[in-house]
Design a binder for this molecule. Structure first.
Ligand code: GLC
Length: 584
């Protein structure tokens, strides 16, 4: 009996990733994304703001994250929810003032939280002083040379300079009226027409952004999330391209097109890295680079470039054990090859929340928003799998990013009335894409109270669906089994067990089909995610540390893991690593 109790539950182990003793915070952090419009509204206008964030930072400290990333709060006409920046050195009045920013930063630091801010270098707002001057100046002027202005093709230049499409739909070029009133040049915008692309071959643009970085570094920020980091440099000559210009899907040949991932972007980040390295305190750069290939993504985090790059391959992996195992192994191989951490992520402000993606029939597909007339996710199944996915993510070595509200198990709002939608992707695609509003709905802090505690007046820039009452923080806090308590406990255990700096092995469990479940070992902790098939039994000698849902023991004392569950367990004592046996 003892021998049975002591024997390991695996038939083999394959090493994937070594433990690290490197203590830099950005190699192991859990970072929580705050979407300022939707986090907490202090002044009652229905849009979240910086004082609202400051007042709620203790929630993040209690949750147990290490850092916060704030989506843009800069001066902006809010055409793309602040990703259209009109002044990179000021706060939009809807969010507060620079003094409010400083107070927020001071409070975060007092709570031991680092703060990463967004920088949006691919484009500006059309209300940026530079673009206004560019419109007022003639073709060929220095003012125009900060953006990508070109003459049109065809008779009288009536056709756009090339065939590129905007990521939000429609052409990527807009023709301007020249100051004398005649039809004139065209300017490039990979996103909305009110987001003109900057020309990064222009040294003035480079100089300006280095100054913008210094402006925020001087105020004390701990780093930057770099928006569309793979887009700044376009291929010489702006050649036509027949692929789909999209953040995720590339062309048939596997490339993301002449507008993305050009070699020239890397030189920009090497110079930015030098700017950051001149400051004390380990400041970081995080790449938002939607690339199909993990090895191309890893090039952004080579020595001397950025520190982290979001692992979107992990986010886009469907609910499938083989694919899940493969992406974990490939991700660590790609980032280990360049000495960087892997930056796991499951949700953000641009994608359908993983609670809802994983409840679709094609679980883990990535629709561009979900409308009421589309297939509706199975909410219960989606939440169950989302909790399992998150618990796997938090056991993986490296960095993890959480998106606000996922700690409450918030679903995508799939019933939002079309009249409420605000995403430019909804408008520019002519309603073909629902867009991203469904994951951006303001947070429910309390089941009762105006706007579920989001705003003192009850206003909310996107309507909150009735289901938000069930997910409110105050009905989950202190409640065993709630998603909030699952996150809180998992974060505490992750820290205590030092999983973020741990080693990773692939595990083959006796009698478990590899297409049904993924088993990993980080340090001593066995992490099992059951995707489908029969329940996975772990022998009686295993100690359960945490599970994403209820785990029973059968009459033999084995742990029974049902499909849609992740569990962290300590294997029988004799099967633990030597360091654990001596301390055990
Ligand atoms: C990034 C942002 C997204 C924005 C786009 C244009 O992908 O995450 O929200 O619309 O860039 O700035």
């Amino acid at each position: 009996m003892d021998a049975l109790l002591d024997s390991p539950p695996w038939t083999s182990l394959f090493p994937v990733h070594p433990a690290t003793t490197d203590a830099q915070w950005w190699r192991t952090a859990v970072v929580y994304q705050v979407y300022p419009r939707s986090f907490a509204d202090s002044d009652g206008d229905g849009v979240g703001d910086l004082p609202g964030i400051t007042a709620r930072l203790d929630h993040l400290a209690a949750l147990g994250v290490d850092a916060v990333w704030l989506s843009p709060f800069y001066t902006s006409p809010q055409v793309d929810a602040g990703y259209d920046v009109a002044d990179h050195r000021d706060v939009d009045p809807v969010f507060g003032t620079l003094a409010d920013f400083d107070a927020m930063l001071a409070r975060a630091h007092a709570l031991g939280l680092r703060v990463i801010v967004d920088v949006v270098p691919n484009h500006t707002s059309d209300e940026h002083a530079w673009f206004r001057r560019a419109l007022a100046a003639p073709a060929g002027s220095a003012e125009r040379a900060r953006y990508v202005f070109r003459d049109g093709r065809g008779a009288q230049g009536a056709e756009p300079p090339n065939n590129w499409r905007s990521i939000f739909g429609g052409p990527a070029w807009t023709r301007v009226a020249e100051p004398d009133g005649t039809q004139g040049q065209w300017y490039l915008h990979l996103f909305d027409a009110r987001q003109p692309d900057l020309d990064w071959t222009n040294p003035e643009v480079r100089g300006e952004f280095e100054e913008v970085l210094r402006f925020w570094l001087d105020r004390g920020v701990d780093g930057f999330r770099v928006d569309v980091a793979h887009g700044l440099v376009k291929a010489d000559g702006l050649p036509d391209w027949d692929g789909t210009t999209a953040m995720v899907e590339g062309g048939a040949d596997g490339t993301t097109g002449p507008m993305f991932d050009q070699e020239g972007v890397h030189e920009i980040y090497r110079s930015w890295r030098a700017v950051l390295d001149a400051y004390p305190g380990d400041r970081v750069l995080v790449a938002e680079a939607w690339l199909d290939s993990l090895s191309r993504t890893a090039r952004y985090v080579r020595p001397g470039e950025m520190h982290q790059a979001f692992n979107f391959a992990y986010l886009t992996t469907p609910w499938d054990a083989d694919r899940n195992r493969q992406v974990v192994v490939d991700s660590l191989a790609a980032s280990d090859a360049v000495g960087a951490p892997t930056t796991w992520v499951l949700s953000n402000h641009d994608v359908v929340r993983h609670t809802s993606r994983l409840g679709l029939a094609d679980a883990g597909s990535l629709p561009k928003g979900i409308r009421a007339l589309d297939e509706q996710p199975d909410a219960e199944l989606g939440l169950r799998r989302a909790r399992a996915a998150t618990l796997q993510m938090l056991a993986l070595p490296g960095v993890a990013y959480l998106y606000q509200g996922e700690e409450l198990g918030l679903p995508e709002d799939t019933a939002m009335p079309d009249e409420a939608r605000q995403d430019p992707a909804w408008f520019r695609s002519g309603g073909l894409e629902a867009g991203r509003d469904g994951c951006r709905v303001p947070l429910p802090w309390s089941a009762d109270g105006p706007a579920h505690g989001f705003s003192p007046t009850g206003r909310s820039w996107l309507p909150q669906p009735p289901s938000f009452a069930r997910h409110a923080l105050d009905v989950q806090r202190g409640v065993p089994g709630s998603t909030y308590e699952l996150y809180r406990r998992a974060l505490a255990l992750r820290r205590h067990l030092q999983l973020a700096s741990g080693s990773l092995d692939l595990v083959e469990l006796a009698g478990v089909g590899t297409s049904d479940a993924v088993a990993l070992r980080n340090r001593d902790v066995l992490v099992v995610t059951v995707h489908r098939g029969a329940p996975v039994l772990l022998p009686a000698g295993c100690d359960l540390l945490i599970a994403s849902d209820d785990v029973a023991r059968d009459e033999a004392g084995s742990l029974v893991l049902e499909p849609g569950t992740t569990a962290w367990v300590l294997p029988p004592r004799a099967a633990r690593l030597p360091h654990a046996r001596t301390t055990g």
